[in-house]
Design a binder for this molecule. Structure first.
Ligand SMILES: Cc1cc2nc3c(=O)[nH]c(=O)nc-3n(C[C@H](O)[C@H](O)[C@H](O)COP(=O)(O)O)c2cc1C
Length: 172
């Protein structure tokens, strides 16, 4: 039997946080820039938008350095992480104490045709030219047109759910 919904939080912000914790999402690292000026962040706010033309969107906090790298370079690369890349996710979520370009250290990167770095062992990478930036509250919605996409077919994706990192499990 499906249990009835419970709304424990009167506050909309706390309620949304609780709802999003219950929503599993693939984990990406969004990168932009080159050399010492490259920046990145771990992000789950990623989705495809249209196929004609091929576009995606990401939601990025305006306070972070990666936000500036995306707007200044006019590009970004969405690196969809596999389970083996947990340490990459942690580095770019600020969990290791590293900041800025140092967050790239110890991982292998290749330059995409838009100039943004792609993680060499990502499950998939989607390199985009920045087409539109919509500011809304603390974040910008960046819409990018895909210029290059690569897939490592043998990997298993990394999920984020209920404040933890998880693997995919098939139900059927
Ligand atoms: C699982 C996970 C998902 C995240 N998703 C996003 C996101 O979609 N957009 C965003 O701006 N920040 C997101 N963040 C937060 C950034 O990764 C984080 O704020 C950024 O790396 C800066 O870290 P700092 O707060 O330690 O400086 C996410 C963090 C985690 C752990």
């Amino acid at each position: 039997m499906i249990m009835p919904m419970v709304y424990p939080q009167a506050d909309a912000v706390e309620g949304l946080k609780a709802a999003m914790r219950a929503y599993p999402a693939g984990v990406t690292v969004i990168t932009a820039g080159k050399g010492e000026a490259r920046r990145g962040l771990t992000a789950t706010a990623f989705t495809s938008v249209t196929m004609e033309p091929p576009t995606v969107l990401v939601c990025v906090n305006r306070n972070g350095e990666a936000h500036r790298a995306i707007t200044e370079n006019g590009h970004f690369c969405v690196n969809i992480l596999c389970q083996e890349a947990l340490d990459v996710a942690e580095s770019f979520a600020g969990m290791t104490g590293k900041t800025g370009a140092d967050q790239f250290e110890g991982f292998e990167w290749v330059e995409t045709n838009v100039g943004a770095p792609a993680y060499a062992f990502a499950q998939a990478s989607v390199a985009c030219e920045l087409k539109e930036a919509i500011e809304t509250g603390s974040h910008s919605i960046f819409i990018g047109e895909v210029r290059e996409a690569a897939l490592n077919p043998d990997r298993q994706p990394l999920l984020h759910y209920n404040r933890g990192f998880h693997a995919v499990g098939a139900v059927r």
